[in-house]
Design a protein. Structure first.
Length: 367
């Protein structure tokens, strides 16, 4: 289940919002005394189900979660917060009398950021809560910057009537192939982000060239190729996008050195860019485009293997991808429904306001 990004702040207060989840009224009152109203705004839930309902509708800054509760316990509640609601960055602290090493390990395994046993030290608890809230606010700033960047890239896709779900297909296939290659989280994030951001530099390409119906002339093609460099400049300021910036700059390089913008050859091309290239080629071949039908899996494999033999793509990575494609072709197809990110909601909101329709009319009049 994807996170509903239309959630509102749980309270109108500017203070940090703490969701306290405990079936004991006395425990909730004690936390209300320790976490002073002048510093924190408390929202209470008497069990895991109520906590999940609050989190579906509202934003909070941290969750203090009891373990032993009626219905779903704290471990399962924490797991659902992470996996069902998709709130991977929301701080969750287990606050319980169950303090054995196995209990702590179970809590951390469910996705908790901390584990404090009862009776707790008030100073320790307040310090931990403040630290986790500060960490969340820092990560929120990064997430907001990333969302802005991803939204800009999705705006380009939304303007292209032939793109369809191109970015979403790339993000999904990148995750499947990346996991098959046993990539680490940083590389997985890079190629997933690359699925959305690879063409963000087209924001700097004149519309007359970007949406030209016929073939570009030599001068126009030189301008179009600049989108890789423009895109790298847009992505590079974010430290979390450094590897993705390599994809943005290098996704048109070729294994034999005939690509652009730098004419890199072989392993000079960053690894994440080589992985992404194969995903991009697969999507181009397996989906319908204005100039071609969607190819069958057999035809896709034939073309991709031939292009690798011709020196366009990393032959070892191509071999691994073709093996995956033969064994599990259905895994590479975009599921319906599929996981969404915040940038998609931004674009959907823009579309609902009719901005895209106005833009399309202006663009068609100007051509």
């Amino acid at each position: 289940m994807a996170l509903d990004t239309s959630r509102e702040k749980a309270t109108s207060s500017a203070l940090p919002v703490v969701l306290v989840v405990d079936d004991m009224v006395t425990n909730r009152k004690l936390l209300g005394y320790v976490l002073k109203p002048s510093e924190f705004q408390l929202v209470e839930a008497c069990d895991g189900s109520q906590a999940l309902e609050i989190l579906r509708k509202s934003e909070v800054d941290i969750v203090l979660l009891d373990v032993m509760m009626p219905g779903i316990d704290g471990f399962e509640t924490c797991r659902l917060i992470r996996q069902e609601l998709g709130l991977t960055l929301l701080p969750v602290i287990m606050l319980t009398s169950m303090g054995s090493p196995s209990d702590v390990a179970k809590g951390m395994g469910a996705g908790a950021d901390g584990y404090i046993t009862k009776p707790f030290n008030s100073v320790e608890l307040v310090t931990k809560v403040k630290t986790e809230i500060q960490r969340k606010r820092l990560t929120d700033r990064v997430a907001d910057a990333e969302t802005a960047l991803l939204s800009m890239a999705r705006f380009i896709e939304a303007r292209d009537e032939n793109a369809g779900n191109h970015c979403d297909r790339l993000v999904h296939a990148a995750g499947v192939f990346g996991k098959a290659l046993e990539l680490g989280e940083e590389d997985l994030d890079a190629i997933r982000h690359g699925g959305v951001l690879h063409d963000i530099g087209k924001l700097g390409i004149p519309e007359a060239i970007l949406f030209k119906k016929g073939k570009l002339d030599a001068a126009e093609w030189q301008i179009m190729k600049q989108h890789t460099l423009i895109g790298e400049v847009l992505c590079s300021p974010l430290r979390s996008m450094q590897r993705t910036a390599d994809i943005v700059r290098c996704h048109h390089e070729k294994w034999n050195g005939t690509g652009y913008p730098d004419g890199l050859k072989g392993e000079e091309i960053p690894f994440v860019a080589r992985v992404f290239q194969i995903i991009d080629v697969f999507d181009a071949l397996s989906t319908e485009r204005p100039h071609k039908p969607a190819f069958s899996i057999e035809k896709v494999i034939e073309v991709m293997e031939q292009e690798a033999a011709d020196g366009l793509w990393d032959p070892q990575l191509m071999g691994k991808f073709v093996a995956l494609l033969r064994e599990r072709p259905e895994d590479l197809r975009l599921p319906d429904p599929h996981q969404r990110d915040r940038s998609q909601d931004v674009i959907e909101d823009i579309k609902r306001k009719g901005v895209m329709d106005c833009h399309a009319k202006e663009s068609s009049h100007g051509r």
